[in-house]
Write a protein that binds this ligand. Structure first.
Ligand code: LLP
Length: 431
């Protein structure tokens, strides 16, 4: 099985040690399940790895865009993780969960003045500043309030992470950050150092997501450390923090590798320690910002089959009671997923079918060419594995379809973390 928390027992699918059919009966479908024990295990893997690789002088921030709801921030608080937030909505969710916002890093390439004021009002730890306009807005707000706001500058190191285009962000022409190659990173550094409301703590880069090449982080660190050295030599400014972003890839299907996070971080650690010696600068505090690799395989989505359509001589469709509204990733990126029947049928005849949703849209596909039991029929359950990242957080109400609940699985029991949305919830905004 591609995920160690998924298994069949007596032909019934189990997730995090719990019977998926029973969970579907208790909570209904479509249903997001989240393995809380797995999320905590992943946090600890990262925290242990950075502690070892950087002698404790490092931190891990969960990129909460991957899955953002109160329980996630409670977990992050308890595990001692920092967080990356991208909007006032994520900040408010974290705050409502009692998350200490001094450990939060506020991203986004286009923070509004309202976002900036809201974040400062709520004591955000760091802004990760994308551009000069934003820098000036933060400075204005900080001066008005008589404070000095800690920031990192987001830079683009000019690295292609060899992942899919929609999630590549390290190249010079990215919409994010200031490019080192064009001299704009140096310019914004000078400006930041001249502003009285700003305390420049260091630099940030994030080269992309679903990255499998282990050298991507080494190349990014290489460029960023050279830049830190250059700023030190030219302006006497020594960055205290270097945030290398997130991006480690996860295994959605058999043919993808499983990344060993601990050994990857160890390798990054060795590289950085060697490089700073060569440059004769101190090791900055290193920060990682994983999202997907913390939550992806902690998630599973369960659906009930509605119809099985066989177009004689052409193809088969299995329609489920969810779709692109709860998992837009195939429609958006052609993302691969593994789909399994909740009742395994041994040695049975199989069929190949596209698993599709119930939206009025041909592109409403969860996965193409899935091998399923030929006897699959209306009322049967199927599940998509590895849906913990960027599924719930990217869910929509297209066709006024309510979003599924998120049910956490922990120590052999289950509880609702996000209740099922109702159609009344959706229409309640209409005047
Ligand atoms: N830090 C920054 C600044 C980011 O922009 C991201 C992701 C992360 C960290 C976390 O990256 P991760 O470890 O999750 O790869 N919706 C897309 C993914 C977009 C990623 C956006 N930024 C998807 O479903 O594949």
């Amino acid at each position: 099985m591609i995920c160690s928390n998924v298994t069949y027992k007596d032909n019934n699918l189990y997730f995090a040690g719990q019977d998926v059919e029973n969970l579907a009966a208790e909570y209904g479908t479509p249903l997001y399940l989240m393995d809380e024990d797995r999320i905590r295990e992943r946090c600890r893997t990262y925290l242990d790895a950075v502690k070892k690789a950087f002698n404790g002088k490092a931190r891990v921030c969960y990129a909460s865009k991957a899955a953002s709801f109160k329980q996630m921030y409670r977990i992050m608080k308890e595990e001692g993780m920092g967080i990356d937030v991208v909007s006032s909505g994520e900040i408010l969710t974290a705050k409502s969960a009692g998350y200490p916002l001094e450990n939060a890093f506020f991203h986004s390439n286009n923070k509004t003045d309202e976002d900036i004021s809201f974040a400062i009002e709520n004591g955000i730890g760091y802004f990760v500043v994308d551009n000069e306009e934003e820098l000036f807005s933060i400075d204005r707000e900080a001066v008005k309030r008589g404070i000095t706001q800690k920031i990192l500058l987001r830079l683009t190191p000019g690295i292609d992470p060899h992942t899919y285009a929609a999630v590549s962000t390290g190249q010079v022409d990215s919409k994010f950050g200031s490019a080192i190659e064009t001299g704009q990173a140096e310019e914004i550094t000078k400006t930041a150092l001249s502003l009285s409301g700003i305390s420049l703590t260091g630099y940030h880069c994030h080269v992309g997501s679903q990255v499998f090449d282990s050298d991507v982080f080494l190349r990014a660190a290489d460029v960023m450390l050279d830049f830190i050295k250059e700023m030190n030599d030219k302006y006497g400014y020594l960055a205290k923090v270097l945030d290398l972003g997130g991006g480690y890839g996860v295994r959605y299907i058999e043919s993808q590798p499983e990344i060993d996070i601990a050994s990857n971080i160890e390798e990054v650690g060795r590289f950085i320690i060697k490089k700073v010696k060569e440059l004769d600068i101190p090791v900055p505090e290193i920060c990682f910002e994983p999202g997907r690799s913390i939550v992806a395989d902690a998630g599973m989505t369960v659906y009930t089959v509605g119809t099985v359509k066989r177009i004689t001589g052409y193809k088969n469709y299995v329609s489920v009671d969810g779709g692109m509204t709860d998992n837009v990733r195939f429609a958006m990126y052609g993302a691969p997923y593994t789909i399994l029947p909740v009742k395994k049928m041994n040695n049975c005849k199989t069929m190949t079918a596209d698993v599709v949703g119930r939206c009025c849209e041909s592109g409403d596909i969860i996965q193409k060419d899935v091998c399923l039991p030929d006897s699959l029929k209306s009322g049967d359950l199927i599940s998509t594995l590895t849906t913990g990242a960027y599924n719930y957080s990217m869910a929509s109400n297209y066709n006024r379809i309510p979003r599924p609940p998120v049910v956490m699985l922990k120590d052999g029991s289950s509880f609702i973390a996000v209740r099922r949305e109702t159609t009344e919830d959706i229409i309640s905004l209409d005047i």
